[in-house]
Design a protein around this ligand. Structure first.
Ligand code: ATP
Ligand code: ATP
Ligand code: MG
Ligand code: MG
Lengths: 224, 224
């Protein structure tokens, strides 16, 4: 269960203040499917980074499974992020010096999974996203879409209870995009909570619940 | 005029050889509008990097305005690239330590344009892409879509005769994407040759000429 109440986020750059989020309240129940849409620069990634515990709000409350995230210690936060949350960043954030296989093993390494099992689970996740033949490629030896799929495999491999994806199909052709989303929807059927930011109108229609952000505010909620 | 004949590109990784392009021939006349489509990993970016003189083919011939690109000196190549070609990379490639304004001035600096004019033209290009209020932001102080629009402004600012854009709307919502493409089409009406890689089916329909790449080969050409 994700509960956000009056979340604000202000970036300060010298004298300039950018109000990326201006009081967002949102609840997402376990196992739900939610799409977040909105114009470029409206605050979607800022909101996702807060939900994923990669950034802290300027004010407001955030509870994840009943726990107030703002009061957790750094260690607790890191464990929570690593065990519960899978995150696909908009800019992928792959480690450039590691191969696809190694990149996908990183979250399992933090979770203390043994080498043999790490390698098997990482290879399986890469096959699931259609990259069984790119295990030994580093990020600069893959196309944009392939790098995005490595980032998706890395988010899935720890079997998280919450999967947050920030434009997971932005670099994919429509067929590859559909295959990836079919995979994410099948994980949701098994119980994973799925929150996806997308600019793709056709994809947004596949979600039973749609939330629109504009200028840092939640302006529309739709049940489809 | 762009003339590619039997272009191949092979990446070697130790014993593995990846045949990204397997003999592509393509002619694009001055002032044309061409869309390149195809699945993730099919060779689109590889082809664009060769057309934009950012990479060299393994074999085959490439003539740009009648000159054989393979025979040009490094200096000639750099001048050609800087004066004739505007390029929007799939991964943006903005300089992280520079502001949006400074990033857009960089190509003008190489072209020897004076400071005053550089600053005015760069600010105008950023306003044209809707970022008049983000001149002093660095890449990590902007959203994904805003960074993409800075990359587009940088490609336009030298008023190139060829504009190559690798998924210029991949990180944009449909409205921002349409506005950007209206801007690029208006440049084409003034004579700029425009080649765009896109996964967006609706956008591809706006192009009179469509080229499809699969598995490193040109498999379809369509006049719409
Ligand atoms: N430096 C490299 N070393 C090895 N293989 C590479 C390298 N760069 C690209 N490749 C491979 O070449 C093929 C073509 O890549 P390219 O980036 O041109 O694809 P693309 O059509 O642009 O895909 P996308 O739509 O995902 O961006 C891919 O299969 C990729 O794995
Ligand atoms: N570190 C920062 N410093 C200052 N402003 C920032 C920073 N990061 C983001 N912003 C601003 O906050 C606003 C929200 O950014 P965010 O990345 O959340 O947008 P978004 O909805 O994800 O957009 P896109 O669809 O383009 O990815 C933008 O206007 C952006 O310029
Ligand atoms: Mg974003
Ligand atoms: Mg590409």
């Amino acid at each position: 269960m994700i509960e956000l109440r009056d979340i604000t986020k202000t970036y300060r750059m010298g004298k300039i203040a950018v109000h990326a989020l201006r009081g967002v309240s949102l609840e997402v129940k376990a196992g739900e499917l939610v799409a977040i849409v909105g114009p470029s620069g409206s605050g979607k990634s800022t909101l996702m980074n807060i939900i994923g515990c990669f950034d802290v709000p300027t004010s407001g409350e955030y509870r994840l499974e009943g726990k107030e995230v703002g009061r957790l210690t750094d260690n607790d936060l890191a464990r929570l992020r690593n065990r519960k949350i899978g995150f696909v960043f908009q800019k992928f954030n792959l480690l450039p010096q590691l191969t696809a296989w190694e990149n996908v093993q990183v979250p399992l390494l933090y979770a203390g999974v043994r080498l043999q099992e790490r390698r098997e689970r990482a290879a399986k996740a890469l096959r699931q996203v259609g990259l069984g033949d790119r295990l030994h490629h580093r990020p600069n030896e893959m196309s944009g879409g392939q790098q995005q799929r490595v980032a998706i495999a890395r988010a899935l491999v720890t079997r998280p209870s919450f999967l947050l994806a920030d434009e997971p199909t932005g670099n994919l052709d429509s067929n590859s995009g559909r295959e990836i989303m079919d995979l994410l929807f099948s994980l949701n059927e098994e119980g994973t909570t799925l929150i996806v930011v997308t600019h793709d109108g056709l994809l947004a229609k596949r979600f039973p619940r749609l939330v629109e952000i504009r200028d840092g505010q939640l302006v529309r909620e739709e049940v489809q």
